[in-house]
Design a protein around this ligand. Structure first.
Ligand code: NAI
Length: 328
């Protein structure tokens, strides 16, 4: 098939060419897919996209008019794709689910530990030759309660690691995961989880039902001083509400690998340039905030599995008209 891959980074080129084994005519571009670059898809049957690409209605409509038949997301999340319009236009959409739940879960645990024990702050202080510890006090995870919102693949992998800490694990998910029940995770209502957790980790997809799930009201239900970790999607939290929660002390610390308005900013190098993104700048200026640039997935295993999943999708679509991980 003739395929073009957008937003390609240096760490992807060798892997994609190697696993392709010349089966598909694969064109690789560093360009991010937007309404301004969509013309690059002309002449291809399929496109491979990343979470940074724009697959909103106007872009999908353009893709449809160019004869694109398949969109493969090289990500598990697909909230950035207007799947309804794609479906209407007969464009099939596929993703890469389950490529490495451990990659994200391990990173979420890392963020939680770094946030709680103020490891990044300690490192920053020590590089200034400040060897005091007065503002580095944390609590012990082993005697605390950790709430998990969303216990699918990543939430369950997070629960498995956290079980080793010996803490109480609460979970909220409309569907109980038997793996989590076996681990001793206690399912409860969202209200109970919010009221009882010393730390909360988010692992839901971004859906209508999870958009701004963490907002003024849900924050007010949390334990004062709660630690909040978001490796899911930026818009699962209302960023303004979280900033207010940090400022009034209701939230003791906030760590996030994702940001509500990250598209077009994350994965790019803006060193020494103004961002014109006051909300992000505000977060970056706050001492109790730890941010990373959507890197939780970024392990060698995950990259290899994502690439394999992408080609499984392309191969199956070419053979049968349906990709392996077709989205509804
Ligand atoms: P999954 O589909 O296996 O699990 C999602 C779980 O969320 C399901 O159990 C579902 O029932 C639950 N859920 C849905 N609506 C909910 C609600 N309103 N309240 C509570 N739970 C709800 O997905 P997986 O693989 O665990 O991934 C979760 C999300 O993590 C992805 O959709 C993606 O947005 C994000 N992600 C982030 C990455 C990163 O690098 N930061 C990398 C990969 C995924």
């Amino acid at each position: 098939m003739h395929v073009v891959m957008f937003s390609t980074r240096s760490y992807e080129v060798e892997r994609y060419n190697r696993l392709n084994m010349n089966r598909h005519a694969l064109e690789i571009t560093r360009e991010r897919l937007t309404i301004d670059t969509v013309a690059l898809a002309k002449g291809y049957e399929a496109i491979i996209v990343f979470v940074s690409d724009d697959l909103s209605t106007p872009v999908i409509e353009k893709l449809g008019s160019m004869g694109i038949k398949l969109i493969v997301c090289r990500s598990a999340g697909y909230d950035h794709v207007d799947c309804a319009t794609a479906k209407k236009l007969g464009i099939v959409v596929a993703n890469c689910p389950r490529y490495s739940p451990s990659a994200v879960a391990e990173f979420a645990v890392g963020l939680l530990l770094a946030l709680n024990r103020k490891i990044v702050l300690a490192h920053e202080q020590i590089t200034r030759h400040d060897f005091t510890i007065d503002n580095l006090l944390g609590f012990e995870i082993s005697t605390s309660t950790v709430g998990i919102i969303g216990t699918g693949h990543i939430g369950a992998a997070f629960a498995k690691i956290m079980k080793g800490f010996g803490c109480t694990l609460l979970a909220y998910d409309p569907f109980e995961n038997p793996e989590c029940i076996t681990l001793g995770v206690k399912y409860c209502s969202l209200d109970t989880l919010l009221a009882n957790s010393d730390a909360i980790s988010l692992h839901t997809p971004l859906l209508e039902s999870t958009y701004h799930l963490i907002n003024d009201q849900t924050i007010s239900q949390m334990k004062p001083g709660v630690l909040l970790v978001n490796t899911a999607r930026g818009a699962v939290i209302h960023t303004y509400a979280v900033i207010a929660g940090i400022e009034n002390g209701q939230i003791g610390g906030f760590a996030a690998d994702v940001y509500e308005y990250e598209r077009g900013i994350f994965f790019e190098d803006y060193s020494n340039q103004k961002l014109n993104e006051p909300l992000l700048e505000k977060l970056l200026s706050m001492q109790r905030v730890l941010l990373t640039p959507h890197q939780a997935f970024f392990t060698k295993t995950a990259l290899e599995n994502i690439t394999k999943n992408v080609f499984e999708n392309l191969d199956a679509f070419e053979k049968t008209g349906t990709p392996t991980y077709v989205l509804p």
